[in-house]
Design a protein around this ligand. Structure first.
Ligand SMILES: [Zn+2]
Length: 311
């Protein structure tokens, strides 16, 4: 995590670079704020950027601070991130302790920020050192993302009152798309035979999705951090998969699947594929948008759990 001393150092760099960027004849590519007069909105990660862009429509420029594939929990902001953020008009974060680096990040920048998860019903983490903390992955329920969209519309109306009606209309349209994806997700996963309805993943990122779809959730570690996949955590996952004859297990795109491959070797369960949670893929990858992320995960989970277990 970024410490106060490091932030102070970065801000000194920033003070110098801002002077350079503001000098006459500065490279226009370097100007991150005010894109052709459009206010600039930054989000902490790619999933939020896509959700926000759906609500913003053409009126705002929306960008993610972190790139596709980035590990977002323990991300360390770069001097470039801080420079970019200091020039933005609004910053959106997830909240629920997702972005461990974020509080310090915005403390040092005079830009308003809005927490998109405000108003959702958090699910508590039940295991390990995080027990009792809210599970931050609330966007893994499209129903929660309907609330994110409304929060974004309200934030954008405050930023740009002239287009408030458009933001509301965009959010309403997007809520409809989210409802469709949610309905399909629930139908698809509730069709998995009851005895095979267990979702075993690396990170405990699927509590909201598991709740919505009636899956039993088991994970190796609760939240991505430096210390994860201890021998005890792997042994507990192996026991769960063996006892419940779980047909397939999964891991997420932003972490190594090596610990889950050990579960596969020990149990004979199939490796069911890569799930996306904490990041979208690049534009030419399998999940360039949030709606595609949910569809991809639903398809991957349903296919792997429905197939019969290899002997
Ligand atoms: Zn995560």
């Amino acid at each position: 995590m970024i410490g106060p001393r490091r932030v102070a150092a970065i801000l000194m760099v920033l003070a110098t670079t801002v002077v350079c960027a503001c000098a006459p004849g500065g490279n226009p590519q370097d100007g991150d704020s005010q894109d052709g007069g459009r206010p600039v909105v930054l989000t902490t990660f790619t999933v939020l950027a896509d959700i926000a862009a759906n609500v913003a429509g053409e009126h705002l420029k929306v960008e993610s601070i972190t790139k596709p594939g980035a590990e977002i929990h323990g991300y360390e902001p770069t001097p470039g991130d801080i420079k970019k953020a200091a020039r933005a008009d609004l910053i959106l974060d997830n909240g629920l302790n997702l972005e461990a680096w974020f509080a310090q990040f915005v403390d040092d920048i005079d830009v308003p920020h809005v927490v998109l998860s405000d108003g959702i019903e958090p699910i508590s983490i039940s295991a390990d050192a995080y027990a009792g903390s809210p599970n931050p992955h609330a966007w893994m329920s499209p129903l929660n993302v309907q609330i994110y969209a409304d929060n974004a519309a309200a934030a954008f109306a405050g930023l740009d009152p002239e287009h408030a009606a458009d933001y509301q209309a965009n959010a309403a349209r997007y809520r409809g798309e989210l409802q469709q994806v949610q309905d399909d997700l629930v139908d698809q996963l509730r069709a998995v035979p009851t005895s095979q309805r267990a979702l075993v993943t690396c990170e405990g990122a699927f509590s909201y999705l598991a709740r919505d779809t009636g899956l039993t959730e088991k994970y190796i570690w609760p939240v991505n951090a430096e210390q994860q996949a201890t021998p005890q955590q792997i042994a507990s996952t192996i026991d769960f998969v063996a006892e419940n004859t779980v047909p397939a297990v999964f891991c997420e795109s932003t972490v190594s699947d090596a610990p889950m491959q050990r579960v596969v070797e020990a149990t004979g369960a199939r490796y069911g594929g890569t799930l996306y949670v904490d990041s979208l893929s690049a534009a030419d990858g399998p999940v360039p948008t949030y709606l595609e992320l949910i569809r991809h995960d639903a398809d991957t989970i349903a296919a792997a759990l429905t197939a019969s277990r290899t002997p």
